[in-house]
Design a protein around this ligand. Sequence first.
Ligand code: SF4
Ligand code: SF4
Length: 117
Amino acid sequence: MNGKPNAPEYACLGCGACCAAFRVDFHREDLAAPGKDGVPERMAVRLTPTLYRLRGTDDAPPRCVGLEGEIGRSARCSIYRQRPGPCRDFAPYAPLGMGEDACDRARRRHGLPPLEP
Ligand code: SF4
Ligand code: SF4
């Protein structure tokens, strides 16, 4: 998730709309642990013994605590290399300029047009 809007190879760069649009839940395995990269525990809310939620994504309005900068301009994920599975899997072709429904909805919510292939 997260360039130059509509420049195909950088479509997500600077966007970040999806990081401030949906709840993001992930498996405990994606948490940081001694000797293992992952989501820092302070950035997560424990829901069940195995399920965690990125802090801030259930707020009204939602915004992941890992998101820095201005949506649509300078947004960036502060834990990009350690982000959890759902963030890695979201709209996999969006960085190439090919959005999908959830990406379009997130962008619309922040006044941004859908990506154009
Ligand atoms: S997936 Fe869509 S909403 Fe998310 S950062 Fe990329 S362009 Fe923005
Ligand atoms: S962890 Fe990073 S990619 Fe995932 S929602 Fe938060 S800011 Fe976005």
